[in-house]
Design a protein around this ligand. Structure first.
Ligand code: SF4
Ligand code: SF4
Ligand code: SF4
Length: 170
């Protein structure tokens, strides 16, 4: 195990997962640096996830893949992790993710589409109706839970979720 941790330190550097900043780890994962040390890539969380959205990446660490579905925050992955990589320190904060909608969004290009609106239970995406124009998606980041339900339904892959950048002191 010592050898494995050393390899990981080299791979990811001192401050975290170099080149892996956009990878979303499972809910309630430790900080990137600690997660890389604790996750053994055993795959228990992958098997436990009823939504089948967890995978083991090329660095042998668990990650989320929203292309297949959404996170329901069932916590089965946390319960399955015996290595202490997923720990429910704050039940109300499974992760800190940033969401954005990129310019390739069909509505932004003038094509009628509201697929994401239908999927977003907390109503973090709403559509502003404008007479004689295509309704545009409006994001309320504060309401977004990071569930990922909008990702797989978007026909233009315009919605991006990624780990929030933590500022000093947060
Ligand atoms: S909380 Fe449930 S749905 Fe979400 S990743 Fe974990 S096991 Fe899957
Ligand atoms: S990730 Fe955010 S915007 Fe997308 S469906 Fe979930 S809550 Fe809504
Ligand atoms: S589903 Fe995608 S393309 Fe359609 S409105 Fe939403 S972000 Fe735009």
């Amino acid at each position: 195990m010592e050898q494995e941790l050393s390899r990981r330190t080299l791979l990811f550097g001192h401050s975290g997962l170099t080149g892996q900043d956009d990878v979303i780890r499972p809910p309630w994962a430790l900080t990137p640096e600690d997660f890389a040390k604790k996750c053994t890539g055993c795959g228990e969380c992958v098997s436990a996830c009823p939504e089948k959205i967890l995978k083991i990446d090329t660095h042998n660490l668990a990650k989320v893949d929203f292309s297949q579905g959404e996170c329901t925050f069932c916590r089965d992955c946390v319960a399955s992790c015996r290595d202490g990589a997923l720990v429910m320190l704050d039940p109300e904060t499974p992760w800190l993710l940033d969401i954005s909608i990129e310019g390739k969004c069909l509505a932004m290009k003038g094509v009628e589409c509201r697929a994401c609106d239908d999927q977003c239970e907390p109503r973090a995406i709403r559509f502003k109706l404008t007479p004689a124009a295509v309704a545009m998606p409006q994001l309320n980041e504060q309401e977004c839970t990071g569930c990922g339900a909008c990702i797989s339904v978007c026909p233009s892959e315009a919605i991006v979720l990624k780990p929030a950048i933590q500022k000093e002191g947060e």
